[in-house]
Design a protein around this ligand. Structure first.
Ligand SMILES: *Cc1c(COP(=O)(O)O)cnc(C)c1O
Length: 378
């Protein structure tokens, strides 16, 4: 099955009891047993729920995996992955990791004795050199936020595999439409389904996808034992969102491409970060591992001040000032004061995250309207 067919059909059957074409929202906590231990595969809804199960089958297909495991949020999915490790183990992650992921690793699991280090993964050899005796997991995010760096998934997974280290790819920014890390050698793919998979900014949800039966079993065990499961209504909303994933992401990427080129020529803009430019440092890797270059664009202003950024952010009408990404509507954000405010200014400046850096999550509106909105604001 090709991707556009999978989003609509993979793992999804009409409801056997009614013929309903849409997967019902099984809003139940328990299931009646005919006799003790005699049931239809469902006993208690933390362990199994038919709406969630349908979504898990669909997600596994989208990432070319065998199993998907769903959670109440992207960070709950990350929490389950970290529980594969034990005290004293180390995670090596990209140095511009999603802030919430960083906070959980350092401030929650740090107290339990988990070690974490954050390094530049844009050069695969740096990763090989950084691996230490306690490194048990590599945590990759690509494209990264908000600098849109690209990490070579295949090269890094090959290094990890040789040394028996698990690789996790947070594929939230790309979505399964653009990039399938399991095909490139990753062990676990993570999504904040809150973003492109849901796609309509109306639900918080997370998932993991794997293709190793033993790993799937351990993660299912943790899901059930720790209990951060999503509700059936949320699973239904993600299933519904996924049906148009390919259409939404394709259009958003095309809009982002036009906007990136527009911004690059604009006299008020000093620099545009978008992996589709031929002179982006890892453009060739992006071209190889992604189907398109994504719908996130960051740019810096010629007037390098917070005040200049604030003026632009307050003047757009179609781009709404908000955190998050991946919805049908375009969003604009200011990483230095919003998503990345907890990172010290000197650290931010080292990676190019200036006071005037602006991040766009480009939606699926008419691109001429979006460009006119940015032009007026600039
Ligand atoms: C939003 C996000 C997360 C966290 O997901 P939640 O659903 O908000 O818990 C993790 N990684 C990335 C890249 C994200 O954008």
């Amino acid at each position: 099955m090709k991707f556009a067919t999978k989003v609509i059909h993979a793992g999804i059957e009409p409801d056997p009891s009614t013929g309903a074409i849409m997967t019902p929202i099984f809003q139940t906590s328990t299931y009646v047993q005919a006799a003790p231990g005699e049931h239809k595969g469902y006993e208690y809804a933390r362990t199994q729920n038919p709406t969630r199960h349908t979504l898990e089958k669909n997600l596994a297909a989208l990432e070319n995996g065998t199993d998907a495991i769903c959670f109440g949020s992207g960070l709950a999915a990350q929490d389950a992955v970290i529980k594969l490790l034990k005290t004293g183990d180390e995670i090596l992650s990209v140095n511009d990791l999603y802030g919430g992921s960083y906070r959980q690793m350092v401030r929650v699991y740090g107290a339990w004795g988990l070690k974490s280090r954050f390094i530049d993964m844009t050069q695969a050899h740096t990763v090989a050199d950084a691996i230490g005796p306690d490194t048990r997991m590599l945590w990759i995010e690509t494209p990264t936020n908000p600098m849109l760096n690209i990490v070579d998934i295949e090269a890094i997974c090959a290094i990890a595999r040789q040394r028996g280290i698990l690789t996790v790819v947070d594929n939230t920014f790309a979505s399964p439409y653009l990039q399938n890390p399991l095909d490139l050698g990753a062990d676990i793919v993570l999504h904040s389904a809150t973003k492109y998979l849901g796609g309509h900014s109306d639900v918080v949800h997370g998932c993991l996808v794997v293709r190793d039966a033993a790993l799937a079993e351990r993660l299912h065990f943790i899901q059930n034992a720790s209990g951060a499961v999503p509700g059936p209504m949320d699973c239904f909303l993600i299933l519904r969102g996924i049906k148009t994933l390919h259409l939404r992401v394709q259009r958003a990427c095309e809009n982002a491409e036009a906007i990136a080129h527009f911004l690059r020529k604009h006299p008020k803009v000093s620099r545009v970060y978008w992996p589709g430019f031929a002179d982006h440092p890892n453009h060739d890797i992006a071209r190889r591992q992604m189907r398109h270059f994504g719908a996130m664009v960051s740019f810096d202003l010629a007037d390098n001040t917070f005040e200049a950024a604030r003026r632009v952010l307050s003047r757009t009408h179609l781009f709404s000032l908000a955190e998050s990404l991946g919805g049908v509507e375009s969003l604009i954000g200011h990483p230095a004061s919003m998503t990345h405010a907890s990172i010290p200014r000197e650290e931010r400046l080292k990676v190019g995250l200036t006071d005037s850096l602006i991040r766009l999550s480009v939606g699926v509106e008419d691109v001429e309207d979006l460009i006119a909105d940015l032009d007026a604001a600039l």
